[in-house]
Design a protein around this ligand. Sequence first.
Ligand code: COD
Ligand code: ZN
Ligand code: ZN
Length: 375
Amino acid sequence: MATAGKVIKCKAAIAWGPNKLSVEEIEVAPPKAHEVRVKILATGICRSDDHVLSGVISNFQFPAILGHEAAGVIESVGEGVTKLKPGDKVIPLFVPQCGKCVCCKNPDSNLCLKNDIGRYAGLMADGTSRFTCKGQKVYNFIHTSTFTEYTVLDEIAVAKIDDDAPLDKISPIGCGFSTGYGSAVNVAKVKPGSTCVVFGLGGVGLSAAIGCKVAGASRIIGVDINKDKFQKAKDIGVTECISPKDCDKPIQEVLTEMTGGGVDYSFECIGNVDIMVAALQCTHPGFGTCVIVGLAPSTHKFSFDPMLLLTGRTLKGALFGGWKSKDCVPKIVSDYMAKKFDLSELVTHTLPLDKINEGFELLKDGKSIRTVLKF
Ligand code: COD
Ligand code: ZN
Ligand code: ZN
């Protein structure tokens, strides 16, 4: 491409600090060795973008380019990149897969130790940045940075996907969808005929419910305090919906009674430590499994009676639905194209980059499932 090897000037949303986000012109340097430069075509606004922007995450370096759920096309590649080429369709990976660390080598783990979640160094693998704005260095975000027309990614943080994939529709596979869906099919390994309960019917909870359905669950109970979420949940396959506000006893007791002793699988997709305990308590003794998907504020802790585990329940959790990202994202895209599941219900709003602040408002007010910015 004509731009290969050159600095690209483009538009990006810069987070200057907590609650300070504006669209600016930036410079994006060419990719160095084992990096690729990607033109982003669609990117969703997701929970951890909001956590950083609203200041919930305190050890964060500004200014930075947020965004981690996206789809795009490779513009150019750096030296030593052999498996990716300009024109390839890709999804950035906020949990990378280096293939070399102990977690990557362990078939049961997807938590590549090169991940930047929690540490937030905000730099490329070589310790430098590819972004500048108004002469200032700009940090990246968990290996991705997608609220920009162009980004630069380490090779370990890119999945090449099908040439025919519709990039405008599949960005939720970069985070929210795969997180919820994988929690069901991959982390819990939901079995056909089972009974599941999903706490929280936002994009992640709905995706967990889609996973339960694809895995053949016969009963999928949705729990949410906002009844506006029930219709969409039923449309995607949730069989019953309950609001804890309508119950005269704790939700875990209601669920235990409704299911004759407890559910096979429960998913906490809210990020509330009290609900996490309820999600464990409502699983059936002897074989129930509870999966923690929600991200709670780091100061919040939970405690429970260890007898809940001694009596044969399992408590699990994983990032990104437990998927080994580089290996599995292309397969998830292929499954989408084979119509194994639908993503259209998850995207409720579409906006241009200039209206990104509006997108964050929709997320905060609980009005959107997912807002996707299209370039
Ligand atoms: N009881 C029942 N329902 C509740 C309660 C409650 N006490 N409180 C809130 N809810 C409902 C809300 O009404 C809403 O419908 C739903 O819970 C939460 O949905 P959203 O839309 O706010 O959030 P999602 O679906 O986008 O999910 C985000 C999580 C809240 C699960 C968040 O913790 C997350 O993203 N977790 C994944 C962690 C992760 O992997 N992060 C990395 C990148 S984001
Ligand atoms: Zn996310
Ligand atoms: Zn690794």
